[in-house]
Each structure stands twice: as C-alpha cells, then as structure tokens.
Write a protein that binds this ligand. Structure first.
Ligand SMILES: [Zn+2]
Length: 161
C-alpha cells in the first residue's frame, strides 16, 4: 500500500534533526514521528510489565524504544567497550532478560509488542513503515473532525477506530 508523504521538507528535516540529538534521544524521536503521523498514545504505563515507553490502550499495543548499547543490539552501536567487559556483559544481559520477561508477560495478557531500536531511526521512512504496519491506520478520535468527515471515514472503513 502506498501512503502519500504529506510531510513538508521542513517538517522532515526537523524530525530528522531530532533523531539522535543530544537533548531528545530515540524515544522522543519515535514519539514525535508517531504524533506527526496522527497516532495518539500514552507514556510509561507503570501498571504494565516492563513499563512500556509508548502505549496504545485502544489497540492493546505497546512500543519499546531500545538504546542499542543498553539493550545489547547486534549492531555497531551495540558493541561493548573493551574495558570492564564483564561488567557490561552482566549489565546488558540483565537488561535483555528483563526485556524478554516483560514482552512475555505482555503477550500473555493479550498485548502486542514492538521493539524499535535506536539504530533503526537512521532511516525514518523504514521506521514509519514499520510503525504503520504495526499499528494500522491512525485513529480518528479527535473531536475536531466535523461529523460529516467522521461519517465519510466510517463508511469507507466500516468502523471508527
Ligand atoms: Zn542497533
């Protein structure tokens, strides 16, 4: 399915700049992208296993945004420093085990999970496709939509999300 890119060059460059910037970090970059794509979410629900970074209660879906180093991704950013290797291996292993436990518990209770890795944010188009595939089309809960538009969307999609 082709999805028209409605972003202006300016918006795109602003989002790109936020990726990996010192003051924002990967999680904020994903949140900005989601918001821009029209998704609405909640953050860090403490009542859910692993306190997922981004939560979509209506879709019963959660997203974890993982720093490659801290969560031991098999990529360049995930490489261990040479000094104190054992310390880092133990630390990262315990993070990975905690991640795995949280995912398993979420799945048991009917939540869908997606992990987005920091290094994947280098390609925003790929990230966008991945998010859309995981979440489906953005909802139209906003009260700012005129009723007629809501009705039109409802007719086309068969339901309002
Ligand atoms: Zn990575």
């Amino acid at each position: 399915m082709h999805v028209a890119d409605t972003r202006t060059k300016e918006q795109r460059s602003r989002i790109m700049k936020s990726v990996g910037s010192r003051n924002t970090g990967p999680e904020l970059a994903v949140r900005r992208l989601l918001h821009h794509l029209g998704y609405r979410y909640r953050l860090h629900r403490r009542d859910l296993p692993g306190k997922p970074d981004i939560v979509f209660p209506g879709r019963r879906s959660v997203i974890f945004v993982h720093g490659c180093f801290w969560h031991g991704h098999d990529c360049d950013k995930g490489k261990l420093p040479k000094s104190r290797a054992e310390y880092w291996i133990a630390k990262i292993k315990s993070n990975q085990e905690r991640d795995a436990r949280a995912m398993a518990r979420l799945k048991e209770t009917g939540w869908r999970t997606l992990s987005v890795w920091q290094c994947e944010l280098k390609n925003l188009d790929t990230t966008e496709r991945m998010l859309r595939k995981f979440l489906g089309p953005p909802g139209f809960r906003s009260k700012s939509h005129p009723t007629s538009l809501k009705r039109a969307l409802k007719n086309r999609n068969g339901r309002l999300d």
